[in-house]
Design a protein around this ligand. Structure first.
Ligand code: R5P
Length: 257
């Protein structure tokens, strides 16, 4: 890995702990003004101080994140369909030049394993990695599985391994039973997506288990910004990820807000 690649990646995955708390706020790229992100600037501003990185589209960076905000950006560069269409019908939508212009520390796109356009989205990843390598830009592969496929260790393991084989520098996936098997089969860091909003204690327990089973942190959205105490929740997630706090200890942090 060359200097620029390592330097950018270390802005996302912190060398102190080898972990990261990425705040995912890219949902609008196919969901529109979803709950909690209708006014993205208002939601994200108090959370920026506590996030190691934002996972976000270029449009929201330009319009809602101040250029002097001290937070690394991992830019979502894929899109195409909305929630009304076939979600796997994605292409690369944002150029590497744009990522460099926005001073991104990484770029991310989705692969849809087991879905209609699985082959094209995996090829997209390969092409993105080819280009990213030229500029020392880390690539995050977001593993989305087909609607009819179970989110279990077999299929998430398949998706994460394919992402790593294509050259992704880190991978995002969901938590599942036997998550450690997904980690074992994937030689690059894995960050856990939070998924739909669940009670805070459950989200913290899931985070604790994921980290214990080898996750390099989280790229979490709804379970933070849809919480009744978003700042408390991101602080609590940080305590689990970076400081090895238990879910119970972290819940105390969340409760204080
Ligand atoms: C999903 O496609 C988006 O990329 C989100 O970034 C991802 O799902 C993580 O957000 P959440 O924790 O809300 O699932």
């Amino acid at each position: 890995m060359d200097y620029g690649m390592k330097n950018r990646l270390s802005r996302i995955i912190k060398p102190r702990s080898g972990k990261t708390v990425m705040l995912a706020v890219d949902h609008g790229y196919f969901q529109g003004p979803t709950t909690g992100l209708r006014d993205l600037r208002k939601t994200v501003t108090p959370l920026v101080l506590h996030a190691d990185c934002l996972f976000i589209t270029r449009g929201m960076v330009r319009n809602c994140i101040d250029p002097d905000a001290d937070v690394p950006i991992c830019l979502r560069v894929s899109g195409g369909p909305s929630i009304l269409g076939e979600l796997s019908n994605e292409d690369i939508t944002t150029s590497m030049e744009e990522a460099l212009r926005l001073n991104a520390s990484g770029v991310g796109l989705s692969i849809f394993v087991g879905a209609d356009n699985e082959d094209r989205t995996i090829s997209n990843l390969g092409r993105l990695v080819n280009e990213a390598e030229r500029y020392g830009m880390p690539v995050l592969a977001v593993t989305a599985v087909g609607r009819e496929m179970a989110r279990d260790a077999r299929y998430l393991g398949l998706a994460c391994r394919i992402a790593a084989e294509m050259g992704a520098h880190f991978v995002k996936t969901y938590y599942c039973e036997d998550f450690y098997k997904v980690v074992e089969g994937c030689p690059v860091p894995i960050v856990m997506a939070g998924g739909k909003k669940i009670p805070e204690m459950d989200a913290l327990k899931m985070t604790e288990k994921a980290v214990k089973e080898g996750a390099s942190g989280v790229d979490m959205g709804r379970n933070i910004f849809q919480s009744d105490k978003p700042v408390g929740m991101i602080k609590a997630v940080r305590a689990v990820v970076h400081d090895g706090a238990s879910a119970e200890e972290a819940f105390e942090i969340y409760s204080k807000g």
